[in-house]
Write a protein that binds this ligand. Structure first.
Ligand SMILES: *Cc1c(COP(=O)(O)O)cnc(C)c1O
Length: 496
């Protein structure tokens, strides 16, 4: 399978796409075709473990990686998850399920991909014959950074540097990153919001001068952000697995449609669901849930993507994003894979902050996606009401998806397809906000909030979070967004 850039020209192997992260022309790598999965293959996957299902899906795209190697890597990666299941499906009632993706080492769904990416990257370097060290740069709205640091810590031949918006992540997220262990890691807070952070990092990736200089020092750049296809591929797997779990537990029959509601920021998670559908998984509607930063809701409703709006800091910080990078991959499909049209729109977005779909594209996208957003009060209410009714605590991001899913189901009562709400973080990752929603108590200290939340919900506290309390803070640097590259150079030159 070959991969092509959404902005034209470049055509590479899967291994190259993963090692490079982003295309030379600034576009994103997408598979040349969507590899089909037949109903017979789905039947075969029913009896597989999660790791085997994931390896089967990955191998469809990454055919130059050998299947046994992928399977061993998936088994190793997902053995790091609590309770042996990387993506358990929890039944709420006969029409509503939660896909819990937060049982990994850092308690967010990013772990599903980032526990595996180190293997995909190392093997990719082998396949491509790359001997340089790999320098991974990450811009994070909170959860990717920690998951990437944890995935790559002390990985041989790799250095990783994470940038996060100084005032744009939760206390727990900040602490998770600032206390990161490992001899090959670095973390820098950036003055500005996530979009500024992401643009500054992307500028390094697409600068020939930077790449040249780093190459001289013995480094090639790669990305652990969801622009990297190596992030996307493992995410496709859990949509398959959720579907197969519904079939094998006789909740649905093979071939029945299932809807997914996904809390969305950079559009990576929900794009993986769309890819699963394009491969033949019987998916109905994809519910795109935003928080108060509702640029995507407006996009799906009107066909106009307009980032020229106020940016809000919310209690679901991993979705505080106005430029959803992976939407570029959807645009590519919507425009019948027209690299010219994608380039034109991305340029318009960069220059004017806005672009617009054609009418037929808008109508096509509305058949696949349904969008809604959840403001701060609605987030609190959703967590509260759901806990009251089902004693099921959920985090602030997941609450946005639940809110949107409920609205969708209320509007489409007759449709009858089951809804799977994708739960992207442990409630303990945002303990103050969840505690406040459930009890009305506003607790300033994160660890006190964890303790009280545990008493209120009886849900087990993930060890990785309670342990943070006693870990020393290692990283305190704050930089201007114009000064990221000098910080990168200092890092590769050995200073921290
Ligand atoms: C990253 C993240 C999201 C958004 O996912 P995208 O792939 O960026 O759309 C939602 N919830 C949580 C908890 C996250 O960490």
């Amino acid at each position: 399978m070959k991969f092509i850039s959404t902005r034209g020209g470049e055509c590479v192997t899967g291994a190259q796409a993963i090692v490079q992260g982003i295309a030379e022309d600034g576009g994103l790598f997408v598979p040349e075709t969507f590899p089909p999965v037949s109903e017979a293959e789905l039947e075969e996957m029913l009896s597989m473990s999660y790791a085997e299902r994931a390896a089967a899906v990955l191998h469809k795209y990454l055919d130059e990686y050998d299947y046994d190697g992928l399977k061993a890597a998936c088994e190793q990666a997902y053995s790091k998850f609590e309770e042996g299941d990387a993506a358990p499906l929890v039944k709420i009632d006969s029409s509503l399920y939660m896909l819990e993706l937060f049982h990994g080492p850092t308690c967010a769904f990013k772990d599903l991909a980032l526990t595996l990416l180190p293997y995909l990257l190392r093997k990719g370097c082998d396949i491509c014959g790359i001997r340089e060290q790999v320098l991974i740069l990450v811009a994070t709205s909170g959860d990717t950074g920690k998951a990437a640091l944890e995935g790559f810590k002390d990985a041989p031949g790799v250095k990783i540097m994470v940038f996060y918006p100084n005032d744009g992540v939760s206390k727990m997220q900040k602490l998770q990153m600032a206390t990161q262990e490992g001899g090959n890691v670095n973390v820098v807070a950036v003055r500005g919001n996530f979009d500024a952070c992401q643009s500054a990092v992307k500028a390094i990736f697409t600068s020939e001068a930077c790449k040249e200089e780093l190459k001289k020092k013995g480094y090639v750049l790669s990305s652990a952000n969801s622009i990297n296809f190596g992030r996307l591929a493992p995410q496709i797997a859990y949509y398959f697995s959720a579907y197969l779990d519904l079939v094998s537990s006789a909740q649905i029959k093979m071939g029945d449609k299932v809807n997914f509601a996904v809390p969305t920021g950079n559009f990576g998670n929900i794009l993986a669901a769309y890819y699963a559908k394009r491969m033949g998984l019987p998916v109905g509607k994809l519910i795109c849930a935003s928080n108060r930063n509702n640029v995507l809701t407006d996009f799906f409703d009107t066909g106009v993507y307009d980032k020229r709006r106020e940016f809000f800091k919310t209690t679901s910080p991993s979705m505080d994003i106005l430029i959803s990078s992976n939407l570029e991959r959807l645009l590519f499909e919507l425009s019948d894979r027209s690299a010219v049209r994608v380039s034109m729109r991305m340029e318009k977005l960069a220059k004017e902050g806005v672009y617009e779909l054609y009418d037929d594209e808008r109508e096509a996208v509305q058949k696949e996606f349904w969008a809604d957003f959840c403001d701060e009060d609605e987030t609190v209410e959703t967590i509260y009401e759901f806990f009251e009714e089902y004693q099921y605590p959920m985090d602030t991001h997941t609450a946005c998806a639940m809110f949107a899913a409920s609205n969708y189901m209320a509007e489409n009562k007759k449709e009858g397809a089951p809804m799977v709400v994708v739960s992207t973080a442990s409630p303990y990752k945002f303990p103050q906000a969840v505690m406040y929603a459930i009890t009305g108590n506003d607790i300033k200290d994160s660890f006190k909030a964890i303790k009280h939340l545990n008493i209120a919900t009886a849900m087990k506290v993930p060890a990785s979070l309670s342990k943070l309390r006693d870990k020393p803070v290692r990283f305190t640097a704050v930089a201007d967004k114009s000064a990221l590259y000098p910080a990168v150079l200092a890092f590769v030159n050995g200073a921290r």
